[in-house]
Each structure stands twice: as C-alpha cells, then as structure tokens.
Write a protein that binds this ligand. Structure first.
Ligand code: F6P
Length: 479
C-alpha cells in the first residue's frame, strides 16, 4: 500500500458547475444577527464542495426556513460559489420529502413494495417542489454551466430544465439502487419519472445491474429502443448516455485519521472498557433497508448456537437517527429497542454485556475510534445502492487486520469481493458467517484486508467525481 502523502487533486472541468441536490452542503444559522455556516458531515458533500470552490458556480438545495437569506456566497468570508436555498413549507416537506421521496421512491427502489404509500397528494407535492427547484435554476444559473443533479428527490428536474433551455449539459446521478423493471413498473407515475430523467445528457448509476434495470424500464414503459452496446438511449431527438460510476470515499482522509496516535489511544481505551476478545461493530442510519433487526437476530443465534463465545464477544450497534417523522422509521426504532432489550436480558452476565446500542450521530473522529477498536464489521443491509460505511471501515484498518462481513445486496459487494459476503435474510447463515469470521486465522484476515484496502483506495471519491464530470463534459477517461 502506498503512503497517503500524494493527495489526490480535485478535478475541475474548467467551467462553472451547478449542483442541484435535496440536501445543502452547509447548515446556515444566525447568531446575534451574524450569519454562520457549518459544513454537513459526509465525504461526498466535502469533495463536491471542494470542486465547487475551484470551479465556481451555484449549488441549489433545500434550505432551512427562518431569516436565512435565499442566496449566500460560500465560504461566507471569501465566497467562491453561490449557495441558493429553496425554502419549503411544512406541507411541501411532508409531501415531497417525507411522502413521495421517502414513502414511495425509497421503499420501491429498495424492493420494499409493502412499505410504499402511493398517495396522489405525495406525487402532486413532489411535482410542485421539482418545479420550484427548476424556477430557482432559471433565476440563477447560466447556460454554459455543467449541471449535476443528484438523486431520487429530483427526477423530474432534468426535463424541466431542458424544456426551458434545450442546449444545457445535464448530468444526473442516481445514488440508490434502480429496481428491476417489474418492480419499477408498479409505480403509478413510472412514465413521468422516466421521462423526467431522460431530460439528462448523462445518467449515472452505482452498478451495471442498476443501469440494466433502467434500460429495461425505459424499454418497457417509454417504449423507445435502447442501445446497450453504446450504453445510450435515443430519445426525443437526443442521445442520452448511461454510465456506471460507483461512489467511493476519501480513502486518504480515513487512513490518515486512523493513523493518528490520539485516535489509536481512544480505540485502545474503548477496547479495554468493553473488555472482550472480539468487538463486532454495526454502523448504520436507522433505516429498514439496513437490515439491523436481521443482524440482531443473527447475533442472538450466534450466542445460542456457539455458547463458547459468551463473555468473549460484544456487538456494538451504532444507529444514526434518520427520517424520524416517517412512521415506518419510528416503528423500526421501537422494534430495535425491544430486540436489544430481549438479547441483553437473555444473555448478559455479571461482568459481560453482550450488546451495546448507541442511537445518535457520531463525529468522524469517534467513528474512526470505533472502526479501529472493532475486530469485525458487520455491514448487512437488505439492499443498499453502495454502502460507504464498509469502505470507511476498510480505509481505517491501516494495520491491515480486522474482518468485514458484507451483504451481497450492497453496491459495495461488487468490488469488495474479499469481504465475507452474506445473504442478510439468511439468519442461520449470517450467524455461521460471524462464527467463521471470529475463527479465521490471522494470515487470512490480513490477506483479505490488504486486497480490500487496494479496492477502496483505487476508486475513491475523487475518482468518482472526476470520472462523472469528465464524462459529462465529453472528455476521455485516462484509465
Ligand atoms: O443514499 C441516499 C440518500 O438520500 C443520500 O443522498 C443521503 O445522504 C442519505 O440517503 C440520507 O438520507 P436523508 O437525506 O433523507 O437524511
């Protein structure tokens, strides 16, 4: 493994960019009349922010209400680009974000059809908010900008923008899984969504499978021919390119943090405090797609089936609160609380707590300490577009030790083939996979982790941004 001294350079396409996303890169607050900004955590946001600082342009996103201006220069003290915030009413937030995005497109794309609520009021709100984003774009951005729209919240936007300005260069990245056509076709507004996306010049997905599902849906619903050889669609007199760009992380950042002596010390303290031979770690947003309950059942089964591990293992589950106003997320939280209560009640002994549960957000440094302390990461979503936690764990294991159990239904599994790949619905199989990982010889762990680290370093977040933007700008990839 190379040292991380040569930091990757941020790619700049040499022209302004307009990014349009649901979440803003910064939270703005007023304190005693003075405006302050705080960067939202997340590697992707940080790198996009770096690119915007180099290229200039506009970032349009949903912003807080209150007396925050609709447009500010970022950074506030020496502006490099404009942040345009769309203020939404409570009703709009409910219908567009909690409703259509999180109770229709999210469950549908993750194959949870029974959790979809196809309310037409959600659809109407979603359409109106996409129109609102289009209006903000019209008022602020230039024709020569490269436009990069992110994710399932804004699927109608490419066509809305193109309707007004046919010559724009529009890229769209779909961050979550794109479901198989028979699943996608369940959506009452399937055609509007696909035609919305087809306003783009380039549509990016995490995996070839997602791109293929999209092609099939376009054939089945819009009934236009797709060209799989050239990975393109001829629609409305234009050629739309479809590409695969798996999202990575800032490998060097995680590796460097993990190499810092204070964090190594914190990890040692944490291990001492937990006081077992093996810490098993799960880190997720609290979301039903993440398979937290199934993972807990598998851990319970491990303790039943392999009692020799009592007092020798502890599972730490970090769950970051998410979408807490959506009913399905509240119900899941209760079910997780109950399951954890049952397992700890059933197995705890005087000096041994088999399971620790932390329901809150963590700063990146704290996460690194947990990643360093964990002998095994258990990343078992039922479905996930990519899963960056798996990559963060790997990038933090700078000693090239530790094991990763990874769901085969994550995008990450396509490249992290040296992980122990599991079917997260198979509770017995998952319990056995944990047992297999706990018993794995050191050499084998080392061999696998070394390969995993190469894979994560090779296609990092800088590679992802550069390859998408180069493709959108029509430049050739060097490798
Ligand atoms: O992975 C999809 C995604 O919408 C991301 O864009 C986002 O960071 C994450 O899920 C969390 O969701 P939310 O923005 O709804 O909190």
């Amino acid at each position: 493994m190379e040292s991380s001294e040569n930091k990757t350079c941020v790619f700049s396409p040499g022209r302004p960019i307009t990014i349009i996303s649901n979440r803003a890169p910064y939270q703005l607050r007023k304190h005693f009349g003075q405006l302050h900004h705080e960067k939202n955590i997340g590697g992707l946001v940080s790198v996009l922010d770096e690119i915007m600082c180099q290229s200039g342009g506009t970032w349009i996103a949903w912003g807080e209400k209150g007396d925050i201006p609709e447009q500010v220069g970022i950074p506030l003290d020496r502006p490099r680009y404009s942040l345009r915030l769309i203020h939404l009413t409570d009703l709009e937030v409910n219908q567009y974000y909690h409703g259509f995005s999180n109770r229709v497109l999210w469950p549908l794309s993750h194959y949870f059809l029974d959790r979809c609520h196809f309310g037409s009021e959600y659809w109407n709100g979603y359409r109106e908010v996409n129109e609102k984003f289009a209006k903000a774009f019209r008022e602020g951005s230039q024709d020569q900008d490269l436009i990069w729209i992110h994710d399932f919240h804004l699927t109608l936007l490419p066509s809305l923008l193109r309707r007004d300005r046919p010559n724009l260069s529009i890229g769209f990245f779909w961050h979550i899984p794109f479901p198989a056509s028979p699943v996608f076709r369940v959506l009452p507004w399937r055609e509007e969504i696909l035609r919305g996306l087809l306003g783009s010049d380039l549509i990016g997905f995490q995996l070839p499978l997602h791109a293929e599902n999209f092609f099939q849906s376009v054939e089945d619903v819009v009934k236009v021919p797709v060209n799989r050889d050239s990975s393109s669609i001829n629609y409305d007199g234009r050629i739309i390119r479809v590409g695969v760009f798996p999202v990575g992380i800032d490998f060097d950042k995680w590796n460097d943090l993990a190499s810092s002596p204070p964090l190594a010390e914190r990890a040692r303290e944490l291990s001492k405090e937990v006081g077992v031979e093996n810490i098993i770690l799960g880190v997720d947003r609290l979301d039903y797609t993440k398979g937290i309950l199934e993972r807990l059942y598998a851990y319970e089964r491990l303790l039943e089936k392999y009692p020799e591990f009592h007092s020798r293992v502890c599972m730490i589950q970090i769950a970051v609160p998410s979408r807490t106003r959506v009913e399905e997320y509240r119900t899941l939280r209760r079910e997780i609380d109950e399951t954890i209560g049952r397992i700890t009640g059933r197995f705890s002994k005087r000096k041994w707590i088999p399971l620790r549960y932390l329901y809150r957000a963590f700063a990146i440094e704290d996460l690194v300490a947990y990643y360093l302390a964990a002998d095994l990461a258990l990343i078992t979503p039922l479905r996930d577009g990519m899963n960056l936690v798996a990559k963060e764990y790997v990038a933090s294991r700078m000693q090239e030790d530790g094991s990763l159990i990874l769901s085969e239904f994550t995008g990450a599994a396509a490249t992290l083939t040296d992980a122990i790949l599991v079917n997260p619905y198979d509770i017995e199989g998952l319990a056995d996979a944990i047992h297999f990982a706990l018993c794995m010889p050191k050499d084998e762990k080392h061999r696998r982790m070394k390969q995993l680290r190469c894979a994560v370093k090779d296609k990092d977040i800088y590679w992802w941004c550069a390859s998408f933007l180069k493709s959108l700008a029509g430049e050739k990839e060097e490798n």
